[in-house]
Ligand binder design. Structure first.
Ligand code: ATP
Length: 252
């Protein structure tokens, strides 16, 4: 069953068509990848889905609802969360506080401003925070200052922050960028664990082909804003258009 579906999604910046009539689906429970050369439109596509950018044309449907013109906080409440770069971390607060703030923001958005309800919500916030820190393996570092975490742990904290709103769909924009090989391997394991343990659906933009081929169920390939291939890793690997456009003819 498809959880997310775009139909003819288009984003123009002046004369430039950054995303050009992109129609694709993400099924519930799958790890879906978006790849393509620099400037292909990957980030613009993701930003149109989260509501960070307003599409010029086309629609985005999530869980059967039209979410095309929702604001970013509304798409979070609908169940879509994006793992941001380290900029989303408050360095002087503890690891736990960082996740609590995100969980609290998500709770308050979904509750009316009623004192009793907010109080009842706090237990839920602690509970979610513990579960999410545990799922990214940061429970032991919970009381550390977030700014003092090693780089790989900071990136995992970002994922925990994104998970604090208990999304159905997690968007990850280059989760292994800047990581050491060990940190990258740990992140790949983590993505696989998250999908299994939390039943998450994941949409991931990633440059590292090895990672994509390891974790993706299906891959959407963009070039100059257009879909040039969409299928399983095997199907994409065999696409001549992908070889030419994306890899300059180099064998995968
Ligand atoms: N806010 C903007 N204003 C004008 N042009 C933009 C804007 N954002 C992106 N673009 C352009 O749209 C095109 C697609 O950019 P986008 O960042 O989505 O590509 P990408 O596939 O994510 O690239 P990369 O792999 O380098 O991150 C590029 O030509 C880019 O210069």
């Amino acid at each position: 069953m498809s959880l997310l579906r775009t139909d003819g999604l288009t984003k123009q910046f002046g004369g430039l068509v950054a995303v050009d009539e992109v129609s694709f689906e993400v099924d519930s429970g799958e790890t879906r990848a978006v790849i393509g050369p620099n400037g292909a439109g990957k980030s613009t596509l993701i930003n149109c889905i989260t509501g960070a950018l307003e599409p010029t044309a086309g629609t985005v449907e999530f869980d059967g609802e039209d979410i095309t013109n929702l604001e970013p906080h509304e798409t979070v409440q609908a169940g879509i969360s994006k793992s941001f770069q380290t900029a989303s971390i408050f360095p002087n607060m503890t690891v736990r506080e960082n996740v609590e703030i995100a969980a609290l923001a998500a709770e308050n958005g979904s509750f009316s401003v009623d004192f009793l309800k907010r109080l009842a919500g706090f237990d839920a916030v602690h509970d979610i925070t513990d579960r999410m820190l545990d799922s990214v393996d940061l429970l032991e570092s919970a009381e550390m200052e977030a700014g003092s975490l090693p780089y790989g742990d900071k990136r995992r904290l970002e994922i925990a922050i994104a998970l604090a709103s208990e999304p159905d769909l997690l968007l990850m924009d280059e989760p292994t960028a800047g990581m050491s090989p060990d940190e990258t391997a740990a992140t790949v394991d983590l993505v696989e664990e998250l999908q299994e343990d939390l039943g998450l659906t994941i949409l991931i933009v990633e440059h590292d082909m090895e990672i994509i081929f390891q974790i993706a169920d299906r891959i959407l390939v963009l070039n100059r804003g257009q879909v040039i291939a969409d299928g399983t890793p095997e199907e994409v690997q065999q696409s001549e258009q992908v070889q030419e456009a994306y890899l300059g003819g180099v064998e995968l």
